[in-house]
Ligand binder design. Structure first.
Ligand SMILES: [Cu+2]
Length: 188
């Protein structure tokens, strides 16, 4: 090693090689499996589906998600999480899902909303349970000159596993009766 270092100092060629050898482990340590790329998607909502309805996201990547509601007369939601949050909402004790108990994103500040039109609701908190990044878009008949849309931007958190996105409009019926649900796999 000492001999190598001596030669490195004397010869510019060896100096360059030495610098590469020093830099390589640093680059590997920082890289991980994803390199903080940006993944862009457009999701079209309709009655009562999402297209696409499956995605795979990588931890640490930036996701840019443009959501468009193509339905002529129904508002739809996009909410990311796990385990429906059932809430009693009538005197008859009827309960229905209004969001998720476990949300994928954990704070509003994590999510950028841009280029929104016909946004009915952002970051709701049904029953006090914050749903960061959740959004409801109006039906096209309520939007001047086209379809409601918005772009969400966030970093994929380190929550490896299978997550869902769903719509809980009309007292949860879009979820319970129409099964308006999609799946996101989060991988390293
Ligand atoms: Cu819906």
């Amino acid at each position: 090693m000492e001999r190598f270092l001596n030669r490195m100092v004397r010869s510019p060629q060896y100096l360059a090689l030495g610098l590469v050898m020093l830099a390589l482990p640093l680059a590997l340590a920082q890289g991980g499996s994803s390199n903080g790329k940006t993944e862009s998607y457009t999701i079209k909502e309709s009655d009562y589906t999402y297209k696409p309805d499956t995605m795979t996201w990588h931890v640490g990547d930036t996701v840019k998600l443009t959501i468009v509601n193509t339905s002529p007369n129904h508002a739809h939601m996009f909410m990311l999480g796990k385990k429906p949050l059932n809430m009693v909402t009538s005197g008859f004790g009827t309960s229905y899902p209004k969001g998720w108990k476990d949300t994928l994103l954990s704070s509003k500040s994590q999510v950028g909303f841009s280029d929104g039109q016909g946004v009915k609701m952002e970051n709701p908190s049904p029953g006090g349970v914050a749903q960061p990044g959740a959004v409801a878009l109006e039906a096209a008949d309520k939007v001047d000159g086209g379809q409601a849309h918005v772009t969400l931007t966030f970093t994929v958190p380190d929550k490896v596993g299978t997550w869902e996105f769903a719509c809980f409009e009309q007292k949860g019926q879009h979820y319970t009766s129409h099964h308006m649900v999609g799946t996101v796999k989060i991988v390293k």
